[in-house]
Design a binder for this molecule. Structure first.
Ligand SMILES: C[S@@+](CC[C@H](N)C(=O)[O-])C[C@H]1O[C@@H](n2cnc3c(N)ncnc32)[C@H](O)[C@@H]1O
Length: 189
């Protein structure tokens, strides 16, 4: 996000409405708030959210939300960010994930995602997960996988995460993909 923001690829973050999917301990939620955005972090881990809530900046809120089934805190977002949640979603729930997030993206909005990188981390295959019912430590995706999965969106920048940006968490075993909403009238996903 820091790199994309520095390069002006995320649009204006001051006043932007941001959804941080699977926000965990809220490091990215806090970063977006620091940029002047109004941020909703959502995660399954209600206890963790209770712990971090008191320390959040005023423009950040966090809610216990299952992204696959619960109502989202807002209607539309200028930026939807998923750092490490999608790669824990079982293969047969990916369509549900798309059905939830795509309509929540505002016109000219941005969707950004970080996942384990295929070939860099040993993860179970979709078939193994569907056979065992165990998503284990997550799944991994190539840049092409991400382009295909999010084909309803327009790709902006897809690449491995850069490990050398100061004060950021970067490792070569993650892929990063940034998309925007297609510039057509009456988007239908
Ligand atoms: C690897 S952690 C990433 C945390 C944070 N985004 C970060 O980058 O530090 C993945 C998070 O996704 C959350 N998660 C997994 N499935 C979810 C779901 N269906 N709805 C909401 N959150 C989910 C987990 O509880 C966990 O906190």
């Amino acid at each position: 996000m820091v790199d994309w923001h520095t390069r002006g690829l995320l649009g204006e973050l001051r006043g932007a409405r941001v959804l941080d999917i699977g926000c965990g301990a809220g490091r990215n939620t806090r970063w977006f708030a620091t940029q002047g955005a109004t941020v909703h972090g959502v995660d399954l881990a209600a206890d963790l959210l209770d712990r971090i809530r008191p320390g959040l900046p005023p423009s950040a809120t966090v809610s216990a939300v299952d992204i696959l089934r619960d109502p989202l805190p807002g209607d539309q977002y200028d930026v939807i960010y998923d750092s490490g949640c999608f790669h824990h979603i079982a293969p047969h729930r990916r369509l549900t994930y798309l059905e939830r997030i795509l309509p929540a993206l505002a016109p000219a909005g941005h969707f950004a995602i970080i996942t384990f990188a295929a070939g860099q981390v040993e993860t179970p295959t979709d078939l193994e997960i569907l056979t065992t019912g165990d998503t284990a430590g997550g799944m991994s995706f190539s840049l092409d996988d991400l382009r295909t999965t999010f084909a309803a969106l327009t790709p902006v920048d897809l690449r491995p995460v850069r490990p050398n940006i100061p004060n950021t968490f970067g490792t070569p075993f993650l892929n990063a993909a940034l998309f925007t909403t297609p510039t057509v009238a009456n988007n239908t996903y």
